[in-house]
Design a protein around this ligand. Structure first.
Ligand code: ADP
Ligand code: MG
Length: 557
């Protein structure tokens, strides 16, 4: 029953329909905060290089194994409105930055967790919200100022690479984004994926604008073999087999024809009935059909086509004649395959074979059929304009592995594409959060009133990131944060790069220089995480009234 009442003498007036639920004040706040924190808890254990994976099983029993925060939250069904707001944080993060989804959600959860304590102490949510806003502005300025790695420092670490600073930096950013993925496989796996991502983006980046259009990158997934067998290829890979066994398996300098309608004699649109009254007539009819098919093949010959792609089916007999002429063909191609072959080889799509002209044909260096993993595919290689025909073939022993490789590759290639000119890079491993937290604590002393408490709480929330990375790596979070704070308090250029050292478990060295280790990430990833986590935490904090309408059922007759 609608509980929202207006005073009217002693008689309450119900202004909302039956079934509307309302929660107000502290109980609304704590309900929302708990729901939001629960979302953060759900992904927390996956954060960082030693984070664990999750196995998600849907109603149909399909299994998905992943370490990716955004993927996990996308797959699970969440009803609570505040929880959905936190999930939106990971969606924005993924859309804008491809990476940092878990960090953003964990940070939002930490900010709300800290606010719970303040609300307990009777600090009003609007005061907390104001303090958080101040702190986050300060955080962004520290991030772009102190934390951004100077060109000099970047050169010192990455300049020695034979491929140049930029490439080496890109590879290392890609590797950081591959954090926590394929932890148990060899280091070569990550190197391979990072290398492919770095090279692909370098080719796709427009020289004048620095922009990268990732839509131009074709990605093919093939199970069978190992992840290390993944490769970048200058050309197009079609998940197709040649249409007839007698056709050649490879053609040098193919002349490519793209035909959109079916290659056959009878047009399916007209339903004609033919009355045959004598065996002669039958033979005549068959001869005619054969001639028509030969004509089709002759059209290809006349135009000079040696490799034919058709969007529909190709008549068996036509295939037979084409094979005899040494033409290679694939049938039932997808529209997207047509589009990319047309774009990269210069072939014009024709509606029917009769329309085919010499000028419609596309060019490439080689087309060949080849077994990739468990599948037979057709490669079109040797294409001149490389940035129009770049394909990544991702491999892995099973389909689950290839799927996770694809998600990892998407992140890596996306992160590298973010690194255009003057976009900034920071050190990872939680180092930025510790540096910002320290600066915020200093800044807090200048903030008057109770907002100071909120500013301090913001700093505490930031430190949840390094402590979570440490915890997931089996390190003691308290020891780690103490060592990190101590490292950052030293006033030299290097101290700000100190993050969680997850590699020397047992030696007691808990903090190390992340830049030197090559653990770097685009500034934008951290910036976006800070922005959306703060915005969402503030939005949730400001809600003190939750009104839930009853779901509309089917209209009553
Ligand atoms: P997200 O979804 O937020 O990207 P990840 O599980 O990918 O979550 O973890 C990212 C965090 O792990 C980042 O803060 C990154 O700096 C940190 N990280 C990556 N590599 C290392 C490393 N070798 N040592 C310490 N921290 C690392
Ligand atoms: Mg990541």
């Amino acid at each position: 029953m609608g509980q929202f009442m207006l005073p009217n003498g002693n008689q309450p007036i119900f202004i909302m329909p039956d079934g509307t639920q309302q929660t107000k004040g502290k109980s609304a706040q704590s309900g929302n905060i708990r729901a939001a924190k629960a979302v953060a808890e759900a992904v927390k254990s996956t954060l960082g290089p030693k984070g664990m994976d999750k196995m998600l099983v849907n109603g149909l029993g399909d299994v998905l194994i992943t370490n990716d925060g955004a993927t996990i939250l996308r797959e699970i069904n969440v009803e609570h409105p505040a929880a959905k707001m936190v999930i939106a944080v990971s969606e924005t993060q993924e859309a804008e930055c491809y990476d940092g989804t878990t960090s953003a959600v964990v940070l939002a959860g930490a900010l709300l967790g800290e606010s719970e304590d303040l609300i307990e102490k009777n600090v009003h949510p609007t005061v907390i919200a104001a303090g958080y806003r101040m702190a986050s502005q300060h955080a962004l300025s520290v991030l772009k100022g102190v934390c951004q790695i100077s060109d000099e420092d970047l050169g010192a670490v990455f300049g020695g690479d034979e491929h140049g600073t930029e490439y080496s930096l890109a590879i290392n950013c890609a590797k950081t984004s591959l954090t926590g993925k394929f932890t148990d496989s060899s280091v070569f796996v990550k190197d391979r994926i990072a290398d492919i991502a770095g090279k692909a983006v370098a080719i796709l980046r427009e020289e004048d604008t620095g922009e990268v259009n990732l839509d131009d990158l074709n990605i093919i997934c093939a199970s069978g073999g190992s992840v290390e067998d993944s490769y970048l290829m200058d050309g197009i890979v079609l998940e197709k087999e040649k249409a007839h066994i007698g056709m050649p398996t490879s053609i040098d300098n193919p002349k490519i024809a793209l035909v959109s309608s079916a290659i056959q004699v009878r047009t399916t649109e007209v339903d004609a009935r033919i009355n045959i009254t004598s065996p002669d007539q039958m033979q005549k009819f068959l001869d005619q059909e054969e001639k028509a098919l030969k004509d089709i093949v002759n059209s290809f010959k006349k135009a000079g086509a040696t490799f034919v792609m058709c969007q529909k089916e190709i008549d068996d007999l036509a295939l037979h004649y084409m094979a005899r002429e040494g033409i290679m063909a694939i049938a039932q191609c997808r529209k997207s395959q047509f589009a990319s072959v047309s774009k990269s080889t210069g072939a014009t799509i024709v509606d029917s074979v009769d329309d085919l002209l010499k000028t419609d044909l596309g060019n490439a260096g080689l087309v060949r059929e080849r077994k990739i993993g468990e599948n037979i595919m057709v490669e079109i290689g040797g294409i001149e304009d490389l940035n129009k025909a770049l394909t990544v073939v991702l491999r892995g022993s099973t389909s689950h592995i290839v799927e996770e490789v694809e998600r990892a590759f998407d992140d890596a290639v996306g992160v590298v594409s973010l690194m255009g000119s003057n976009s900034g890079v920071v050190a990872g491993g939680g180092s930025t959060y510790v540096e910002i937290a320290a600066s915020i604590r200093e800044f807090a002393s200048t903030v008057k009133g109770r907002r100071q408490l909120a500013v301090m709480a913001f700093a505490d929330a930031l430190e949840v990131l390094p402590t979570t990375i440490a915890e997931n790596a089996g390190l003691d979070p308290v020891d780690v944060i103490m060592e990190l704070r101590a490292a950052h308090s030293i006033s030299d250029n290097e101290s700000k790069y100190y993050g969680v050292n997850i590699d020397d478990e047992g030696t007691g060295v808990l903090a190390s220089n992340m830049l030197e280790k090559g653990v770097v990430e685009p500034l934008k990833v951290v910036e976006q995480a800070l922005l959306s986590a703060t915005e969402t935490a503030v939005m949730i904090l400001r809600i003190d009234d939750v009104i839930q309408m009853k779901q509309n059922g089917p209209p009553q007759m």
